[in-house]
Structure formats: C-alpha cells, structure tokens
Design a binder for this molecule. Structure first.
Ligand code: AMP
Ligand code: MN
Ligand code: MN
Ligand code: MN
Length: 289
C-alpha cells in the first residue's frame, strides 16, 4: 500500500470542529504518515499539531489555506512548508482576518435585516478565535433550527444572492502566492474543480498561477469526483505542476469525507512529495513553547 498523505485539513483554529491535537490523533488512527494543517488564513494551530505529531511519528507540514480573489472570484491557495515566523506572510494573514471580522459583522447585520438577530455574537462565540468563517454562522443557524444542516443553510442564507451573503474582498492572488514563496513554502491551488470555471477560464487561472510562481494543484481532493481528478491531473501535467492530495477535512458536523480515505493520484502526474525528496519542506522550528 502507498504511504498515506493528507495535505489539506482544518482545525478549530479556523472552521474545523476538532482541535489540532484531536485532528492529529485521528490522522494517526487513519494511518496518515504526512499531514499538513492548512487552516483558513491562520497558522495558529500548527505548533500544537506539530507537538502532537511528534508523539505519533507523523510528519507534520506547516500549512495554511489563503483566501484570495482572482478575477472577481474566490480562489483558495494553500501554502505548504511555510516558515511560521515570516513577517510578510503573517502580516498578510492578519489583514485577511481583520477583513473577516468586518465581514462577519456585516453578515450579522444582513441576517438581522432578514429577521435573524444575534448571529454575529453567536458566530464569534462558536469561532472562539480570530478566524470567523461562514460555517460558524451556519452552525448557529442549524442550532436555532432555522435549517436542517450546513449544506441547506449555505444554500438558503450564505451564498451569492442570499440574505447573509457579503461580496468578498480577499487577498490578491499574486500577493498571496508571493507571501507563501517569501515564507519558503510551496503554493498549491486548493480544489481547482470547485470554482465553476469553464475550461478556458481554468486554463487562464493556471497560466496566471504558473506566472506568479505557483507550483502545484490539488489533484486529489475530498471534494473532487473521479472525473474531476482526471481533468485536474491532465491540467497539472499540461502546465508542469506537481500534484497534491488533500481531504479538506473539517471534522464531525461538516459534510465532508472522512480522513484517510482518499484515492491514489493518477499515474500521469508527479506527486508533490517527489519535489520534497530533493528539497524537504520546512518544518516547525524547534523552539521553547
Ligand atoms: P468563508 O471562508 O468564511 O467564506 O467560508 C468558506 C467555508 O465554508 C469553506 O471553507 C467550507 O468549509 C464552507 N463551505 C463553503 N461552501 C459550503 C457549502 N455549500 N456547504 C457547506 N460548507 C460550505
Ligand atoms: Mn472551511
Ligand atoms: Mn477551500
Ligand atoms: Mn479547506
């Protein structure tokens, strides 16, 4: 059996429901050997995950999933093997989190106008940290019995055209890739089949990504079906990009696949860990914690 990798997971540091420690324990149970913690716009959970990973002999790669805007669309860029002490990266992430706070207040105001008061305060409480994301609102709305599950809350309240939607102003696409590179990391486009792009638009996105210094595509994602895996693998090979693998696991309560059950990468692509066999990714520096 191939060694198991999962290079895209979320903890309570952003919108996941397991703490970094719980997540690493579950990864160990699922026989994952290399895990990247990639919370949205924060690295706050990485040191805890790294400490726990040492106990289980898991190779923990410090990561992040950055919210960016490309051509008026939200595109998520994952940074793998990043230096947590990189000022450019951390300042950039902090500016996105400040925007998230403003957006959350705005979502709260809009839901209030739609007859649902108190959403901001509750979402902030559920988030419990510095990253407030739409799933925290979704959780509140499900708890209130306003909708039966996350999926339907998103559909009815939190996506474009619905009462709680706020048009997003994330980091610039090129800017975010630059932060990752400055931090010594590898930039990966997360779940490329999830952006509802035509073939031409996808090729334009990948052209811009390569020009900006991006290096890999998430070919196998917990959110990709078999056809999407083949399509993205084809594009990775065509653009000379490495292939990454990530579940996008968010923990119990989220409608996402389980950890450790991803399909293999297609033969036609070069796994990102082949790049690392020449230049290993940065690890969390050993320091007094
Ligand atoms: P945000 O970054 O605050 O815009 O929230 C985006 C997050 O919401 C994603 O990372 C997913 O975890 C979650 N999400 C997005 N769309 C859906 C959906 N249709 N159903 C459930 N969760 C979703
Ligand atoms: Mn998420
Ligand atoms: Mn994402
Ligand atoms: Mn994700």
């Amino acid at each position: 059996m191939n060694e198991k990798y999962d290079l895209h997971v979320h903890s309570t540091a952003s919108d996941g429901t397991l703490t970094p420690t719980e997540l690493v324990r579950l990864a160990a149970k699922s026989e994952i050997r290399t895990l990247a913690l990639t919370d949205h716009d924060t690295t706050a959970g990485v040191e805890e995950a790294s400490r726990e990973a040492q106990l289980w002999g898991i190779n923990l790669i410090p990561g992040v999933e950055i919210s960016t805007t490309w051509n008026n669309r939200g595109v998520h860029i994952i940074g793998l093997g990043i230096d947590l002490d990189c000022t450019a990266l951390q300042c950039g992430l902090e500016s996105i989190r400040a925007y998230r706070l403003w957006r959350a207040e705005e979502i709260g105001r809009r839901l209030e106008q739609a007859g649902i008061p108190g959403a901001f305060a509750e979402a902030r409480r559920i988030a419990g940290g510095t990253v407030i994301a739409r799933p925290h609102f979704a959780s509140f709305l499900v708890d209130r019995g306003i909708a039966p599950n996350m999926q339907s809350v998103f559909k009815r309240y939190l996506v474009r055209g619905k009462p709680g939607y706020v048009p997003s102003r994330w980091a610039g696409f090129n800017e975010a890739i630059e932060w990752i590179k400055t931090a010594g990391g590898t930039a990966v486009i997360a779940h490329p089949a999830r952006y509802s792009l035509s073939r031409t638009q996808l090729r334009r996105l990948l052209g811009d990504f390569v020009a900006a210094g991006g290096e890999a595509l998430e070919v196998v994602s917990g959110t990709h079906n078999k056809d999407e895996i083949q399509t993205i693998a084809f594009h990775a090979a065509y653009f000379g990009l490495f292939a990454s693998v990530g579940s996008d696991y968010h923990g119990p309560g989220h409608c996402r696949p389980v950890l450790g059950c991803l399909p293999d990468l297609p033969e036609a692509v070069i796994p990102i860990w082949e790049k690392w066999s020449e230049t290993p990714p940065l690890k969390v520096a050993n320091r007094v914690l």
